[in-house]
Design a protein around this ligand. Sequence first.
Ligand code: PMP
Length: 406
Amino acid sequence: MSLKLAERVARLKPSASIAAKKKVTELLASGRSVVDFTIGEPDLDTPPHIIDAAIAAMRKGDTHYTATAGTPELREAICAKLERENGVRYRPDDIVVGCGAKQLIFEAFAATLSQGDEVIVPAPHWVSYPDIVGVNEGVPIVVACGENVGFKLTPAALEKAITPKTRWLILNSPNNPSGAVYSREEMRDLTDVLKRHPNVWLMTDEIYEHLVYGGRASASPVQIAPELAARTMIVNGVSKAYAMTGWRVGYAAGPKDLVDAVTKLLGQSTTCASSVSQAAALAALTGDQSHIEQTRRLYATRRVRMIELLEGTPGLRLSKPDGAFYLYPSVAGLIGRKTTSGYVLKDDLDVALYLLDVANVAVMDGTSYGLSPYLRLSFATSMSAIELGCANIRKACEALFDDRTR
Ligand code: PMP
């Protein structure tokens, strides 16, 4: 008898970034030499003092279930971090720790959405938001935010997207995939709109907060508009800041009733995040923070180099990201071009496949992020990979404009 899937799973798309990672791994295993620009995580190792703390925790017997919302020590440390770095005050009871920021976003929607409730998702957006909304019976309202507005949601676009069914707005600054960072003023303009709509809640995904360039700073909307704290969930985690993606620790701060509802769901699903990972996250948040600035500088150098190498590539239009570790160039200039085999590139998915075939470079297509035609190129990889990958992309793009090769 064939398996009958639940409607909610049947409509769920697999994560495009996880699928890309799988594909690149398979290609590499088959002996193909591929430069991987699909990477959505720091390419660095977790700092040694964090690993030592995890080992020490295991040795001293921190190997049991913890409180579902996270250990008291970790929740205290998260409150201290939020006050120190974001200028916002929360009590440990307003914090819930989960298996990554992703799980907390998922459970917050599971806890609050009923069928047909709308969630405003500015695009380009992190691949998972619309699917997480959809699997939890909600309707993602994807609002295109083009290059002309710096890939950012404008107050007018927000106002227009709000309906009586709107339950949440998700803001992600610095943004994956565009690298856009909202300034304080831009954030204030958006929070001003939200103040006029008391039924709309705000989810602010601040996971890339430390990765900002060119003197930019990322601003938390709760700091700017404290009156919104009663209907805002801050989502963050240790994955990107401390190169700890595999440890699976994220956290959320928000009003106690929301945090309690999320905790209740965790209590019936994962019980708690790994005790060892929580001990590691505690060491990350309370230990030496110099690694964060070192990492930021490393990515800043790679960002500059990747832009330099790709500038002037025919068919690509670059915009400089203010944050995160991605470039999101437009490939509008490549659509309609013919490959040497006579195939006409019709969208960014075709361009991504073309680059994989011809340049041996794996990139993400903009379609997965809700704004086309673009590509997402990650610079969370070595400088040598950046040099080689960009040179190969340039050659492959040039070939599309060279009549002699066709
Ligand atoms: N939000 C954004 C914007 C992300 O890019 C990611 C990771 N790719 C996450 C959340 C999830 O992070 P975590 O590892 O904490 O689940």
